[in-house]
Design a protein around this ligand. Structure first.
Ligand SMILES: CN(C)C(=N)NCCC[C@H](N)C(=O)O
Length: 288
């Protein structure tokens, strides 16, 4: 099993993550809290109340976990294609796989990465939703004092299963949308690259950016539900399950609730995934 795809997936994912985390914090707050009037209001309030550091809350765990999560996504994707089409990454420009194979490989990568991602994503969302400024002498400490404290508290208060709260919604979000992600990327690269050649940097950037947007637009409805399920149980349980969360969210806020955060998600997705695919492609060409 070629390991380069796993390493390239890790490095490229980490670069994208740092770039996109401030957008991600704004998105999570808009999806789970009703105190903000929109993206700008949310950004201004975070900056005023929590300083620039507020945008980077909850980032250390994703950085640590991206090694597993993104390398599983890209590694499983590429190795599933190898099994389905008997072509390595280097051979795939000359013998392009079918879109069905790309979709299936993307879904497999998405499904397996969701399980690795679930506890890390839960901790990220809980930390991002803490609106207290950094601890100051004399002020009460926030509920979670960091990622390890957060993980230990969830384990103590909600049991081991608590660490997988929202995991079903996450799996349903990521399995088909990772298929969409890789199909969009490949489709755009093929469209703008002469047959048999590697796509140039501009094509990779644009195709990666649009792959991010397409997958996130499709993922946003379940992303909202996932974030709400992850925040549920913090004080009292509001939802009996994923379906109940969907129904009560629509009852209270209308159908538009499923698109909460879609603008900021798309604005984040373009640069993050442009950089992710560019570094992924170039690392593999460099090692190939
Ligand atoms: C749930 N969806 C749609 C995705 N994860 N899509 C792929 C983008 C992955 C990238 N690390 C990002 O965070 O944008």
């Amino acid at each position: 099993m070629p390991v380069e795809e796993f390493v390239a997936g890790w490095i490229s994912g980490a670069l994208g993550l740092v770039l996109g985390h401030p957008f991600d914090t704004v998105k999570v707050r808009l999806q789970t809290q009703t105190t903000y009037r929109g993206i700008v209001d949310c950004m201004v309030k975070i900056y005023r109340h929590e300083s620039l550091l507020g945008f980077f809350k909850g980032m250390s765990f994703p950085i640590a976990s991206i090694a597993v999560v993104n390398s599983v996504l890209f590694g499983v994707y590429s190795n599933t294609l190898l099994v389905l089409t008997a072509t390595s990454h280097q051979e795939r420009r000359a013998q392009p796989p079918s879109y069905t194979h790309i979709f299936l490989a993307g879904c497999t990568g998405g499904f397996l990465q969701a399980y690795c991602l679930a506890p890390f994503d839960l901790i990220k969302v809980r930390l991002q939703n803490q609106t207290e400024p950094r601890a100051q002498p004399g002020s009460p400490p926030p509920r979670y004092q960091g990622p390890v404290h957060c993980a230990a508290s969830i384990f103590r208060e909600e049991g081991p299963r608590g660490l997988f709260r929202g995991a079903w919604a996450l799996t349903l979000r990521d399995t088909p949308t990772m298929g969409i992600y890789f199909i969009t990327y490949e489709g755009l690269c093929r469209q703008y690259t002469p047959e048999g050649q590697n796509p140039n940097s501009a094509t990779v950037l644009v195709a990666g950016g649009f792959a991010g947007i397409a997958s996130w637009v499709a993922a946003t409805p379940l992303d909202v539900i996932k974030s709400r399920m992850q925040m549920d149980g913090l004080r009292r349980r509001a939802y009996q399950g994923m379906l109940d969360c969907m129904v009560s969210s629509v009852r209270q806020e209308g159908l538009g609730v499923f698109f909460r955060g879609v603008t900021i998600n798309s604005a984040r997705a373009f640069p993050v995934n442009a950089v992710t695919f560019l570094s992924y492609e170039y690392l593999l060409r460099w090692w190939g």
